[in-house]
Each structure stands twice: as C-alpha cells, then as structure tokens.
Design a protein around this ligand. Structure first.
Ligand code: SF4
Length: 376
C-alpha cells in the first residue's frame, strides 16, 4: 500500500472514504490519475456499486455530506445527450456531455438529492469510449454544437482528482465546431493550459446573492472569488457565462441581488459575458420533502409555489416577474444587453413582460445561444 499522504486538496473537497473501481477501467488514465492523487485511500474492485462498501443513504444527512465514496465506473450509456427540457417553456437546447453523477458540494436546493439517494459520486472512467462517441457525432466538418458537462455534476468540482476537463478540452481542440461550457461553483482553472482556442470554451459560474451563497451553497466559492476567476479567464481570451439560478425569494432579496450584480461588474465588462441566464427556484415535488426534512437552513422552501406545466413547482408568477424585472433592470443599467440574457424554462409571457419580446424574435432560443456561443 502507498503510505504517502493524500495530496493537498482544496477546502471544499475531502478525500473519499473509499474508491470503488470497475475492473474494466482499472488501467485507464482517469483511474491511474485518481489513485496517484489519493494515495492511502482504500480502494476495491467491483462490478456493481451495491457490492462495494455501503454508502450511507446520506445525501440528505448534513453531518455526512463531506464523506463520500468515489466510484470509477465503466459507463455503458450514451455520453452525449439532450437536456431534459419541456415543450411548455422555452428551453436553451443545451447538449449534455455526460461525465459522471453527483457532487461533493452541498447546496440545500440541489436537484441531485432527489435523483441520487446516496453519497456515491460516480465518474465515467472509460474516457476513451466518450472520445470514440464524440468522434462519431462531432465530425469537424459537421454542424455547430454547444455542449456542457454541468448537468448531473459540477463541471469542475472533481478536477483536482480526475483531470477530466483538461483531457476533454484537449480532445475538443480538434473540433472547432464545438463550444464547451464548464459550469461550476468552485474555482479550478487547471484545465486552461490544455485549451488551444479560448473562443471554443466558455467557463461559466452560477451567481447568486452573497447571502444565499453563504447559507445555502455549502462548500462553494464566494461570489467575489468566482468573479475574480471569471476576470482571469477573460484576461486569457475567454468569454464567460453566468447563471443567476436558482433565484430565491427571501426577506431582503432586493439588496442581495443588487449586490450580486454590483459584484459581477466590479470584475467583468459586459462584453466578456457570452450570455447570462435567469432561472427562478423550481423543483420536482420529491425534492420538497427532502429539503423540508433535512435542510433547516432552507427557509425559502416554505414560500408559496404553484405546479408548472412541466410538473415542477415554481414561485408564483407575480413574484417571479418582480424578481426577474429587478435583476434584469440592474443588469441593463450596468450595460448588459437584453440579448445577452435569457430565461431558463420560462414562458413567452415572462419574456415579453421583462424583455419585451419572445425567443421567436431571436430566431429561437437554441439558435440564438448557439450564435452567441460562437461569436468571437
Ligand atoms: S454545485 Fe450544483 S451539483 Fe453540486 S451540490 Fe450544488 S447544485 Fe448540486
């Protein structure tokens, strides 16, 4: 056994209590890298996570949030997917590059708590299969793709262990028709040195009121740190994306979101923002009970919600409208153009009330965001 201590990890990332490895991926680059960066952490081979050490059913037990099992899996499904949007609202048509599931951070509102009941964080360690699939679907001469890895996990939270994003951006250097968005709440810029064309990668951060970040996004970087990292990326020739999501209604939200907008523009010029989304807190009904049971910090869950056309609960329309108008107004005052903003899963009514037009006026939200992604 390797007796060296675990390399220094960032504060948000404690070492896993155990590493479970599918035998097929024992010698892959990702597995070798993880084992070399976590010397001394016990690991075992298993073809099925159920036969590994028991992962506490702790997704919802705050005291166990920092302990997790890392499962390096031989993933057999499709790596490239469509975002599960709905026809009832305007969807951004994001393509997902699926690299793993679950997350070492602990946001009170995280939808993954409803998806995954355990603290097993999975990484698809058969990267060569991902690259093979991408080779088939992303031929350099074919149409433009806007894709991202931050749907079922934070894009960068495990980067200090896996180096996954570094490998991916290096691979995609051969595909000028692909723009990759990296959505995160932490700071890891180690992948930058592997990027050959900064115009084809969009580093992206969630933004929120500093109070929400502090009380509800355990383990995440503060807003100033996120924006400082975004400014560093801009100085390296990247444009960045920002996501005001989830916007939460709480006493004093006006002050909090005004401060968030101020902070953004303390660090960034409007022209380095490729696009910015606004999304109100919404959730599957299953998540409501999980939050009520396990998250005493999440007072916002007792707001009044209605069930939307997609079956998810969302804040009452007048309150959503008020928050969107307030934040969009502050963003515009700072020089952000309407066309750099979009709403995540909202109706034409909201679009018209806040921005004065619907995505049809932009040629469709999917095409509009694709164009914005590829602007130099
Ligand atoms: S960073 Fe994203 S994926 Fe991770 S816990 Fe927070 S909301 Fe969930």
């Amino acid at each position: 056994m390797n007796t060296r201590s675990v390399h220094d990890l960032p504060a948000y990332l404690s070492p896993p209590v155990h590493i479970l490895i599918d035998p097929e991926v024992l010698y892959t680059q990702v597995t070798r890298r993880v084992l070399s960066r976590l010397p001394g952490v016990p690991w075992s081979l298993s073809t099925d996570q159920r036969f590994g050490p028991r992962a506490e059913a702790s997704a919802n037990r705050p005291e166990l949030q920092s302990s997790f099992i890392l499962y390096l899996k031989h993933y057999k499904g499709r790596f490239l997917r469509f975002c599960p949007g709905t026809r009832n609202y305007h969807c951004c048509a994001y393509r997902i590059m699926h690299i793993g599931e679950n997350c070492p951070l602990n946001c009170s509102y995280c939808i993954l708590k409803a998806y995954f009941q355990d603290r097993i964080i999975k990484v698809w360690a058969n990267q060569e299969d991902l690259f093979r699939e991408l080779e088939l679907k992303l031929r350099p001469e074919s149409s433009l793709f806007r894709a991202g890895t931050g749907e079922f996990t934070d894009s960068l939270a495990l980067e200090p262990l896996t180096g996954y994003t570094g490998d991916l951006v290096q691979f995609l250097g051969n595909y000028p028709n692909v723009c990759l968005e990296l959505k995160s709440k932490i700071i890891d810029l180690s992948w930058i040195k592997k990027v050959s064309d900064p115009s084809r990668v969009l580093p992206a951060w969630s933004v929120n009121s500093p109070e929400i970040i502090k009380t509800q996004e355990q383990g995440s970087a503060g807003l100033e740190d996120r924006m400082r990292a975004a400014a560093f990326c801009a100085a390296q020739g990247f444009r960045v994306c920002l996501h005001f999501d989830p916007i939460i209604h709480y006493p004093g939200w006006e002050k909090g979101y005004a401060l968030a907008v101020e902070t953004i523009f303390d660090y960034l010029k409007p022209e380095v923002i490729a696009y910015l989304s606004l999304g109100s807190f919404r959730f599957m009904p299953e998540l409501e009970n999980i939050i009520m049971r396990n998250e005493p910090r999440a007072k916002y869950i007792y707001n009044e919600f209605i069930t939307g056309l997609d079956g998810k609960k969302r804040l009452l329309l007048p309150l959503r409208l008020e928050q969107f108008s307030f934040i969009a107004g502050h963003l515009k005052d700072k020089g952000l153009l309407d066309r750099q903003m979009y709403f995540c899963m909202e109706s034409s009514y909201i679009w018209t009330k806040v921005l004065g037009y619907t995505p049809e006026a932009l040629g469709g939200l999917d095409k509009h965001l694709l164009r914005l992604s590829f602007v130099r």
